[in-house]
Design a protein around this ligand. Structure first.
Ligand SMILES: NC(=O)c1ccc[n+]([C@@H]2O[C@H](COP(=O)([O-])OP(=O)(O)OC[C@H]3O[C@@H](n4cnc5c(N)ncnc54)[C@H](O)[C@@H]3O)[C@@H](O)[C@H]2O)c1
Length: 437
């Protein structure tokens, strides 16, 4: 079993660390965030992910997983170092690699023996080479192998994805490092996930090409949904029929308020920026980004049309703040664009999310936070659903109508029954399913 250090204990670092310790490896999850590490050390969880808390407790108890603020010692005492720090979007759309650089320097200062240095963070093509050059320039005598091992976990089901990956990408420059990485993932081989041995640069590109394709698919179905509204077709039936074609697949054909989250918005921007820099523009991705911006604004227009007057002074219930169900992550969520827009139009917001309110409050402390959907919609002039939490799928529409000041609902996730909304005389709208369809 390997000794592994994970540098960066956020969504990816924590799930990967817990997953790798479950394989039997000895893992130290390190981070520069003292609050985060203290919380984890005291047995508390820092993010919400189904199954993660149990997995962490189990492996901490077994002595295979620990947390540390001392990144230098974590590096020194490990054979394999995974880099899992954030790569947010910078002003010009490119990925901000400042945290990656800081970690590369930290590693170079603490390389006391041969190690594998592997990046899980999503980084532009060429970053591997750059990390290698940083390490060599700080520590010319050093011996290490660099591996690109992009992470494909999906928030909301990341533990499951980590334990049952669709594929494992190992981008290496040497047979030795490829073999070591195969050992790391060996416990997974019983399920035979495809393991793709590629170059570092190819591995880096696979991650961006995959994420951007999914974002593109969402923008595509959103535009088809908008056209469905104009021509009186039903996008659900269109998407369902499209998905029956194995070449298309039914996944990521759900229309909504636009793609969001901590990855798609920044990864599409970074890939587009890479294309522009290389004079090889990605026109499809540039368009998907543009279509996504418009989709967000479209939701505000829809709400204004539904309400039939300006939103100033009205109380809007916002149901769902996380970018998707089963996560407390609000980074890049549609709510992050729609709520401030509603506030700028003078609306009063009553928001509710089953678990993401605390994270949202860090950005918008001024709005009202309700403890249930029922409290959020009480006396509201209109309600907008932004996340398809199961709890919202089961909303009793008679009760909803009774609680609201006026029965107006914008269902941007198409989770409520149009038939029942109509029966109860709601004024409602959704994405791509005109009531007349
Ligand atoms: N979140 C996802 O679903 C997901 C999925 C696949 C890939 N990724 C990629 O993985 C990377 C990490 O994403 P995330 O969502 O886990 O980010 P995150 O912001 O949740 O976590 C990053 C962590 O790195 C820590 N950090 C920053 N600088 C550091 C340093 N110098 N030394 C040690 N720790 C440091 C931060 O304190 C933070 O805890 C990104 O590149 C992202 O694109 C994310």
């Amino acid at each position: 079993m390997k000794k592994i250090a994970i540098i960066g204990t956020g969504y990816v670092g924590l799930v990967s660390g817990a997953g790798l310790s479950e394989f039997g490896h000895h893992v130290i999850c390190a981070d520069i965030d003292q609050t985060k590490i203290s919380k984890l050390e005291s047995g508390k969880i820092t993010i919400y992910e189904p199954g993660l808390e149990e997995l962490i407790h189990k492996n901490v108890k077994a002595g295979r997983l620990r947390f540390s603020i001392d990144t230098a010692s974590a590096i020194k005492s490990s054979d394999i170092i995974f880099i899992a720090v954030g790569t947010p979007q910078s002003e010009n759309g490119e990925a901000d690699l400042s945290a990656i650089k800081a970690v590369a320097i930290n590693i170079s200062n603490n390389l006391n023996s041969y190690k594998i240095i592997s990046t899980k963070s999503t980084v532009p093509v060429g970053t591997g080479k750059w990390i290698e050059s940083i390490i060599y320039s700080h520590n010319p005598q050093t011996k290490f192998d660099y591996v690109s091992n992009p992470e494909f976990l999906r928030e909301g089901s990341s533990v499951k994805n980590f334990m049952h990956p669709d594929r494992i990408i190992i981008g290496t420059r040497s047979k030795k490092s490829s073999e070591i990485m195969k050992d790391v993932y060996h416990p997974l081989f019983i399920n035979e996930p495809p393991l793709l041995d590629v170059s570092v640069e190819t591995a880096e590109m696979i991650k961006y090409a995959s994420n951007a394709f999914l974002a593109l698919k969402i923008s595509y179905i959103n535009e088809i949904a908008n056209l469905c509204e104009a021509v009186g077709a039903d996008v659900h039936q269109v998407a369902r029929a499209m998905g029956k074609d194995g070449r298309i697949s039914p996944k990521f054909l759900h229309p909504g308020p636009g793609f969001g989250g901590s990855c798609f918005p920044k990864d599409t921007q970074a890939l587009a920026a890479m294309g522009r820099e290389q004079n090889s523009p990605l026109l499809t991705i540039e368009s998907a980004i543009e279509a996504n911006k418009k989709q967000n604004i479209r939701m505000i227009d829809k709400l204004e049309t539904l309400v039939g007057r300006e939103l100033k002074g009205l109380t809007i219930a916002v149901l769902g703040l996380s970018f998707k169900p089963e996560t407390d992550d609000v980074r890049g969520a549609p709510s992050r664009l729609i709520v401030p827009k509603l506030l700028s139009l003078g609306a009063k917001i009553n928001a509710y999310d089953p678990i993401a309110s605390e994270n949202f409050k860090l950005h918008y402390p001024e709005i009202n936070y309700a403890h249930s959907w029922k409290n959020a919609v009480k006396e509201a002039d209109a309600c907008i659903i932004l996340t398809e939490w199961n709890e919202f799928r089961g909303i009793d529409l008679t009760e909803l109508k009774g609680l609201m000041k006026s029965p107006i609902v914008l269902d941007t996730k198409n989770i409520l029954s149009m038939l029942n909304l109509e029966k109860l005389d709601f004024k409602y709208d959704n994405v791509g399913r005109k009531p007349s369809a």
